[in-house]
Design a protein around this ligand. Structure first.
Ligand SMILES: Cc1cc2nc3c(=O)[nH]c(=O)nc-3n(C[C@H](O)[C@H](O)[C@H](O)COP(=O)(O)O)c2cc1C
Length: 267
């Protein structure tokens, strides 16, 4: 297990995201609801900032570029947005994460329909081959999924990932379910829920994907890692690496050292 940086989601063109307020803390549940909506400066600016920062980074580190489509791009043209981001991020990314799972871009999660995902993955893998040949450097492609998937959908997607030669799976994004925060302030706000209420669900999804994928497609586990024990559970469920976001907001940097101390497979 190691720590990785993640940038994004970045879209081909800059966009402002949703109007504020767009982020809500449910403090007593250690949760967040966000509907940021991919506010970002676009792939060109994002990639040039990373290129500039890399020159000053001492330890190198690993940077994943999380890519998406612009809000105004219809789903039938989504592939062009992902291709533009793949090309734009290639030279500065250590891996690319294809985000099909944000609840805050209308229709985005429809791209998780198995046939849609298969088509998109095929095109991206072809482009990956071309870019590898021209640049002499292969950048792995991972795909990030939602936690709100039925078992049969998970099975269908796992087949697509195995057939399509996916390099990595990131499970999971935020949930649209509110069952764990019913009655709390802000529970009715639109957006994706993260943090403690997501912990078990995301671990279940990791375990379900792992049962289909085995070691063929490595899984990056994310969703409600608030303690070192949560990280351990993700690794036990089959994740090879972990990421966290909301846990960092509630517990800060000590959580990272706690995880590194106690959650590595050899510990
Ligand atoms: C404020 C905020 C913004 C986020 N933005 C993105 C994003 O742009 N792209 C993405 O793939 N996931 C995004 N996420 C989801 C996280 O990367 C993560 O998958 C999710 O929050 C579950 O992990 P956590 O419980 O550790 O936060 C965001 C989460 C939060 C809280």
């Amino acid at each position: 297990m190691c720590i990785r940086d993640r940038i994004g989601t970045i879209t081909p063109r800059p966009q402002p995201g949703n109007p504020q307020p767009r982020l809500f803390r449910i403090i007593d549940r250690e949760a967040i609801i966000n509907r940021m909506g991919f506010n970002n400066a676009g792939i060109e600016v994002g990639a040039s900032r990373v290129a500039a920062s890399r020159r000053f980074r001492k330890n190198g580190g690993i940077i994943g570029f999380n890519i998406g489509k612009n809000k105004l791009t219809p789903n039938e043209n989504a592939v062009d947005d992902y291709l533009a981001c793949l090309r734009g991020a290639w030279d500065v990314a250590d891996y690319i994460a294809v985000n099909l799972s944000s609840p805050n871009t209308p229709g985005l999660r429809d791209l998780q329909a198995a046939d849609e995902t298969a088509r998109l993955l095929e095109t991206l893998k072809q482009e990956q081959e071309k870019l590898t040949a021209t640049s002499g450097r292969r950048v792995p492609i991972a795909l990030k999924v939602a936690p709100d998937l039925e078992p049969s959908h998970i099975a269908d997607l796992a087949k697509v990932f195995l057939d399509g030669g996916l390099d990595g799976l990131i499970a999971t994004n935020t949930t649209i379910s509110r069952s764990e925060v019913a009655g709390c302030d802000y529970a009715s706000q639109a957006g994706g829920l993260s943090g403690a209420p997501l912990t078990s669900r995301s671990t279940e999804v990791i375990a379900a994907f792992h049962s289909h994928l085995g070691s063929e497609v490595p899984i990056i586990g994310v969703g409600g890692i608030m303690t070192a024990e949560d990280a351990r559970e993700k690794l036990k469920a089959g994740a090879k690496l972990v990421q966290l976001y909301t846990g960092f907001i509630y517990h800060g940097p000590p959580l990272i050292s706690e995880i590194l101390k106690t959650a590595s497979p050899s510990a």
